[in-house]
Write a protein that binds this ligand. Sequence first.
Ligand code: ZN
Length: 324
Amino acid sequence: LESVWSKVALHLLYKGLCYLTLSTVFTGMRGLMNYHLSCCVNSLLQTLSATCEITDLLDRGDGRNVPLHLKRALAAMRADVPQPALHRDFLHCLDQNCFRRKINVQHDADEVFFSILNFIQQQMDDKALAQEIQNLYKISVETYLQCLECNSVQTRTSYMLSLPLYVKEDYNSLEGCMNSFFKHQELRGINCCFCVQCETKKPSKQGIKLLSLPRILCMNLKRFRNRCGSTQKLDCMVTFPETFDFSETLKEVFSADFYTLYAVVVHSGYAMYGHYTAYVRHRENKRWYYADDSHVEQVLQNTAYMLMYRRDSEEEGRQPELSG
Ligand SMILES: [Zn+2]
């Protein structure tokens, strides 16, 4: 059992798993039927259902199309009945929006996640509310390019809705993945970049700096690689903490910004024939549940794919303290 779990890398959830109860007891957390490989959408819906911030905002607005059916599906998932919730209308709506263009083809969880957030932006009548939903996930960053000869810097600010973290083939820690994401790269030789000051191509360094962190921090472990025209999956272990202190990992940036894990999307199997499931922390009783389409059960073989953390502090939108 231990060897299986070491691969699983969810040891932080041990404590939580002891509380795993099957759906005989009311949990306000209903399963979802699998329609045409909808496990990817199903797992994301479970994480969205555990994100009370987004359900509360959706409940306040009138939308059409995807936001409307998402709101209904999430409300149905919280109903006090043991049967799987009906979310066919939501899936149908995604299909009508040409999202699941090819039925019976599995999608990437991050692709579905970004599409749902995009549809909310486009189709919600209340644009301010739609923006609030986007802001929940918005990670502001600055990309910079510095000439190594004259030291002049070109910067550009932008935002991301999740942190894409590339995993290595052997052992990974979330902290390590994050450090390599934010580590600058030196560009030399044929990779030299044009410097406006020097008016020619010069060796330079480029990187990404964090400007602000959102309430809900989504991280996407990039396990899929394209090799020789086929997609392969890196099944390696990634350890991640249940609570996360940004000021410790990215020393230059943040004051105490603590995050607590509340949802994990898991991908098991191969790149092309995989299955998505989700661990979510119940919004009220704070226990961990495992959602595998229509039922709740313990499954040992799995690999974390997306991690969602929630900032513990109540203050919103504050700026990071720079410490040199
Ligand atoms: Zn220069």
